[in-house]
Design a protein around this ligand. Structure first.
Ligand SMILES: Cc1cc2nc3c(=O)[nH]c(=O)nc-3n(C[C@H](O)[C@H](O)[C@H](O)COP(=O)(O)OP(=O)(O)OC[C@H]3O[C@@H](n4cnc5c(N)ncnc54)[C@H](O)[C@@H]3O)c2cc1C
Length: 289
């Protein structure tokens, strides 16, 4: 590893000032679980890292009100997992975290890092997208709101400027919406997924009023499956409709091959697991495979 400079600003505003929109060798570092691996592998050689560990403590906290959750970007994934507020307001997030990597990683990795890294294999982004979460992003000209579903531009690419930081994430309360996340791994349950499918559905019995379905890991970025959503919205779920939904999801997805599976394999997974995720949401059951 080559030497680099480390700055530890004590406010988010000061951290933003230390970033340079034109210099990709200056990067923020949160938990460091992704960045350090890239540095050890020689994929990323920073000049300077801006640590976010000492910024205001409100960015490491979770609060809940009637509208939902406010989660600071520096909140560790383990805190989300154990939070009583998260369990109550968005139970789908608590359930998802149980198999997001292992406890050591979850205790260090942060919500901001899980989003900003732009890795399509992450478990949290599809779930936050399906729930309709919106981030507050801070840059030199102030703050802007950015829905998580608009964050990803491609494989490991986001729309964030190099001098912008994710400050917080607002997650609307799950309320009466039913949700499921299906993580399909080819190794242990907490391995990286070959496919992730999140479904959050407002329903009257088996009749879908409004569905948000997001696929990740098999695709180059976490992606809302809008044609599939449109297909099931307003309809009563039957085996025939679920089969059509699986086929619609395959038709609208851009697949990638990786060490966890070829494109043909992931197409077959998508067909099956979109069906299971819709059914799982309606029945309140997640799935791990
Ligand atoms: C062994 C192992 C197994 C894993 N398994 C899984 C898994 O099964 N599922 C899963 O979802 N994930 C998994 N992960 C990934 C893990 O979730 C990510 O590494 C982690 O979420 C990144 O968060 P971090 O705080 O450590 O980010 P860092 O490594 O600090 O940063 C990651 C990127 O985000 C940027 N960044 C960080 N914070 C901000 C911010 N607030 N604003 C803007 N940019 C920011 C950094 O500059 C960097 O580019 C695994 C990781 C490891 C090491």
């Amino acid at each position: 590893m080559i030497p680099f400079e480390l700055s530890e600003p004590t406010s988010l505003a000061a951290a933003v000032k230390l970033l340079n929109p034109d210099d990709p060798t200056i990067r923020p570092i949160a938990g460091g679980t992704a960045l350090m691996l890239m540095m050890k592998a020689g994929v990323f050689n920073p000049e300077k890292l801006i640590s976010l560990r000492k910024i205001e403590s409100k960015y490491s906290s979770i609060s809940a009100d009637a509208s939902g959750l406010k989660i600071g970007a520096m909140t560790a994934l383990g805190m989300l997992e154990r939070s009583a507020d998260v369990k109550k307001v968005t139970p789908l997030i608590s359930r998802t975290l149980r198999t997001l990597s292992n406890v050591r990683v979850r205790n260090v990795a942060t919500v901001g890092g899980a989003l900003a890294h732009g890795d399509p294999h992450m478990d949290l982004p599809p779930v936050l997208m399906a729930l309709g979460a919106v981030m507050t992003v801070v840059g030199p000209n102030g703050e802007r709101k950015l829905p998580v579903e608009e964050l990803f531009a491609g494989y490991y690419e986001t729309v964030l400027e190099k001098n912008e930081l994710i400050a917080e994430v607002h997650v609307p309360a799950q309320g009466t919406r039913k949700g499921a996340y299906f993580k399909v791994t080819t190794g242990s349950a907490d391995d990286w997924p070959a496919l992730g499918v999140a479904a959050v559905i407002e329903a009257d019995g088996k009749t879908v009023k409004n569905a948000r379905i997001v696929a990740s890991a098999a695709t180059d970025k976490a992606t809302r499956l809008k044609a599939t959503e449109a297909l099931i919205n307003g309809k009563t779920v039957t085996d025939a409709l679920l089969k059509e939904a699986g086929e619609a999801a395959v038709a609208e997805s851009e697949f990638i091959a990786d060490v966890r599976g070829s494109v043909p394999y992931k197409r077959e997974l998508m067909k099956v697991y979109v069906r299971r995720a819709i059914n799982g949401a309606l029945e309140g059951k997640d799935g791990l495979h």
